[in-house]
Design a protein around this ligand. Structure first.
Ligand code: C2E
Ligand code: MG
Ligand code: MG
Ligand code: MG
Length: 290
């Protein structure tokens, strides 16, 4: 009986895996079409200085609305792209678009550092640094206006190789951040050795603030760690005013989250961020035109 149950259970799993596999293959196929038909877009989430309230950066987040599948979230398709290797083509497109946008904002007199998420597989490509340097060169963008968001797993995979790459990027002036900090392997020795500029506190720890004491302790520890290592620290997923107030009181430098804005298309980002004076000026202009 147990044996039969086992076999049925196996068949059930097998059917599930097949369905899952077919679903992934469909998604992978649709992604390739989406890239070819220019259906991906980048949105930008403002990052703010906690003390001054000034917008100090923008995180580029990929968006995909498919005519058949509707809006597909990166949480759904990025893992599939990572598995199939298509993330390398997507990552290339994201890097190029983000650098292009950063150059546009610089040209418009609104210099804005743009952060780009980098997948492990993308970072491990032998020519990754060359790609970054080439794209910066193409758009004549200073490295300081580009930040790469890496995950902890990238750093522990081949620490010596990673250190060499990151040092080279850092010499280009490119800023380096660790995304989702606290959720991966937390070996502290690499943090000391690596030229990291910013730690991004994962949303899961921000969520419980201000009431949850464990979350509070973890966030406080990350802030202190960053301060001790002379790194900036930014909290992600800030949704409420009490969360913001507590982060400020803890000495966190910056935040991003729905409290201020979700990721916005480039135009909405500009309208949101541009100083009110020029906004009024533009309103007056359109009045004249009308
Ligand atoms: P992430 O890099 O940690 O990005 C933060 C995610 O949290 C984004 O989700 C963002 O929209 C969301 N978020 C921001 N503020 C809030 C908030 O206050 N509350 C809540 N509930 N969520 C908030 P998104 O855009 O769906 O992206 C999910 C993940 O997909 C990203 O996590 C990143 O790992 C990956 N991803 C997105 N774009 C790219 C990309 O261009 N390349 C790569 N390799 N990965 C990407
Ligand atoms: Mg990120
Ligand atoms: Mg993150
Ligand atoms: Mg996250």
């Amino acid at each position: 009986r147990a044996k039969q149950g086992g076999r049925a259970c196996f068949r059930f799993h097998q059917a599930h895996q097949d369905a899952d596999m077919r679903q992934r293959m469909r998604l992978d196929h649709a992604m390739r079409q989406a890239l070819a038909s220019q259906r991906f877009r980048l949105h930008y989430q403002p990052q703010l200085d906690l003390k001054t309230g000034q917008v100090v950066g923008a995180e580029a987040l990929i968006r995909w609305r498919d005519p058949e599948l509707g809006e597909v979230s990166p949480g759904q398709f990025i893992p599939v792209a990572e598995e199939s290797g298509f993330i390398i083509a997507i990552g290339d497109w994201v890097l190029e678009q983000a650098v292009r946008q950063a150059a546009r904002w610089r040209d418009a007199g609104m210099p804005m550092p743009v952060s780009v998420n980098v997948s492990a597989l993308q970072f491990q490509q032998a020519d990754f640094n060359d790609r970054v340097a080439a794209v910066l060169g193409e758009h004549q963008l200073a490295g300081a206006l580009l930040e790469l968001e890496l995950t902890e797993s990238i750093l522990v995979h081949d620490a010596d190789e990673a250190l060499a790459r990151l040092s080279q990027l850092s010499q280009l002036g490119v800023r380096l951040a660790i995304d989702d900090f606290g959720t991966g392997y937390s070996s502290l020795s690499y943090l000391k050795r690596f030229p990291i500029d910013r730690l991004k506190i994962d949303r899961s720890f921000v969520k419980g603030l201000p009431a949850d004491e464990s979350d509070g302790a973890i966030v406080r520890a990350i802030v202190q760690l960053a301060q001790a290592l002379a790194m900036k620290v930014i909290a992600e997923g800030v949704e409420t005013e009490p969360q913001r107030a507590m982060l400020l009181a803890m000495g966190c430098d910056e935040f991003q989250g729905f409290l201020y804005a979700p990721a916005l298309d480039a135009l909405s980002f500009e309208e949101r961020v541009r100083p009110p004076r020029s906004r009024r000026h533009r309103a007056r202009l359109s009045l004249v035109v009308r």
